[in-house]
Design a protein around this ligand. Structure first.
Ligand code: B12
Length: 209
């Protein structure tokens, strides 16, 4: 097993060489999931240092690049859901006004590994675009991602618009740093998840229902 604390610290310090060196040594799916958690802990530290004025937007951009590379290195090892029989088509996106996509991309990779046909609508996505895609492709599962606090409002508006469009059989799962069980319930989401693995499990259950 690699040293996960060292990995989290290296990520927090934006020490790209050490992060990559440690990740190259990851050898199993279980270890890859833990490595992903360690990278995320490092990202949280970066967020804290940004809030404290030690890091600047340029550092966030660099952090985003390191994390994107980390996902690419770990992708082949990241474990998909067990018994994920369904080849269901689903939508994923980062909601309107939010440009963060690293978490979304991790979740998408995990869903694809579990056999889902994922339509990734990208970042800053409007309710109209989601509704249009669901209608055109007969999609019944939507995963909404957001990292900014204001993403919670966008999610709420999107869910209301999906209902107003009469897509009552479309299930919505929400996730991202500011999302909690309470926030998800308040916005009318069917489910919420922090871990990509739970997302895979929930979507698999919906696809097989
Ligand atoms: C990297 C980063 C950036 C990069 C993003 C690069 C990219 N391609 O995504 C850049 C530089 C672009 C950026 C920009 C900004 N950022 Co920024 N950013 C971050 C940082 C450091 C890391 C985010 C991240 O990638 N985390 C790692 C991923 C893996 O975690 P995650 O997204 O939470 O995803 C996991 C789970 O939540 C879950 N999940 C995610 N999505 C989904 C979806 C579903 C359906 C499910 C079920 C689960 C799920 O699974 C993932 C894996 O476990 C955070 C700090 C932090 N602690 O998060 C700040 C942070 C999010 N940013 C912040 C800010 C303020 C900004 C800017 C406004 C800065 C500025 N002044 O310009 C802009 C906003 C631009 C915009 N409109 O979106 C604040 C947000 C404050 C707030 N409460 O709203 C934070 C929290 C930093 C801080 N502490 O102040 N940022």
């Amino acid at each position: 097993m690699i040293d996960f604390e060292k990995l989290a610290a290296a990520m927090g310090e934006l020490d790209e060489d050490t992060v990559k060196e440690l990740l190259e040594a990851v050898a199993s799916g279980e270890e890859a999931n833990k490595a992903m958690e360690a990278c995320q802990a490092g990202m949280n530290e970066i967020g804290k240092l940004f809030e404290e004025g030690e890091y600047f937007v340029g550092d966030l951009i660099y952090a985003g690049e390191i994390m994107t590379d980390a996902v690419e290195i770990l992708k082949p090892l990241l474990a998909g859901g067990e018994g994920a029989a369904a080849k269901a088509k689903m939508v994923i996106c980062t909601v309107k006004d939010d440009l963060h996509d690293i978490g979304k991309n991790i979740v998408r990779s995990m869903l694809e590994a579990a056999g889902f046909d994922v339509v990734d609508l990208g970042i800053d996505v409007s309710a109209e675009k989601i509704i249009e895609t669901c209608k055109a492709e007969g999609i019944k599962i939507v995963a909404l991602s957001g990292v900014l606090t204001l993403a919670l409002d966008s999610m709420k508006n999107i869910i209301a618009a999906i209902k107003a469009a009469g897509l009552d059989d479309v299930k919505v799962i929400v996730g991202g740093n500011p999302v909690s069980a309470d926030a998800a319930a308040a916005m009318g989401a069917d489910e919420w998840a922090y871990s990509p693995q739970k997302t895979v499990n929930v979507c698999t259950a919906w696809a097989n229902a």
